[in-house]
Design a protein around this ligand. Structure first.
Ligand code: SAH
Length: 223
């Protein structure tokens, strides 16, 4: 985890949020998150800095929260779970996130991978995330405003690709952008959604179906 940052000096990142984050970590453990590095990073990244001030007091609750433009920051459990799945790869050089949103998951990934590429289709969110990450000093990210549904072939192949919006069907085209041993972590489905992983094994792509989830939809085009 060469890129691990120290967020302690940030304004508003005092004892209170340290304590609420510690409670969040205890909850994540009871929910089945076991990777010690994921628990450490979730305890360090200041989630309250990624939501509107009006919601900052709820930032460490076990909920998704609005981030504007009808979108949400995923609940801490799902960020931790998807991170655990994405970092279980042979190398952690390059990860692609599709759906930057507020940039929280981007920042968590940036503690594990050398470079995080992240694409967001809504211009206002992409701009805000760019400003927020710069202010926080999260420098190993390459953010883009665009439609990420076809991935980012020119910057790949990737050690991991994560969708943070639900694809209507399995995004087959992204599998070609994975390195050998690489992993695609994604929610799929419309009404009923499921978290899945496709791992690029020597015998070809291997799909695992995991738990039921609830994400905003992956949408085509830019806004
Ligand atoms: N990882 C985010 C979650 C944001 S919600 C966070 O931590 O805040 C999912 C995001 O995916 C939304 O911001 C939505 O606008 C974006 N999205 C949906 N379809 C997309 C697409 N085709 N390309 C890029 N981003 C997309």
């Amino acid at each position: 985890m060469a890129m691990r940052m120290n967020f302690n000096a940030l304004p508003g990142n005092g004892m209170t949020s340290a304590r609420t984050r510690a409670r969040m970590i205890e909850r994540l453990k009871t929910q089945g998150i076991t990777d010690p590095d994921v628990l450490t990073v979730m305890g360090e990244v200041p989630r309250h800095a990624f939501v509107d001030e009006a919601f900052a007091h709820k930032a460490y609750d076990d909920n998704s929260l609005p981030i504007g433009h009808n979108q949400t920051i995923s609940q801490p459990y799902i960020v931790a779970r998807m991170t655990e799945l994405a970092i279980d790869v042979p190398q952690r050089e390059r990860v692609l996130e599709i759906g930057t949103g507020c940039g929280y998951q981007t920042t968590v990934l940036a503690q594990f991978f050398k470079t995080v590429y992240s694409i967001e289709r809504i211009g206002g969110l992409a701009k805000h995330a760019r400003e927020r990450l710069a202010a926080l000093g999260v420098l190993n990210t390459r953010l883009r405003h665009g439609d990420g549904s076809r991935g980012l072939a020119e910057s790949g192949p990737f050690d991991a690709i994560m969708l943070t919006a639900a694809a209507p069907v399995v995004p087959e085209a992204l599998i070609a952008q994975l390195k050998p041993g690489g992993r695609l972590v994604f929610p799929v489905g419309t009404d009923a959604q499921e978290l899945r992983v496709i791992e690029m094994t020597p015998d070809g792509p291997l799909e695992s179906k995991l738990e039921k989830v609830r994400f905003v939809p992956l949408l085509p085009g830019v806004a």
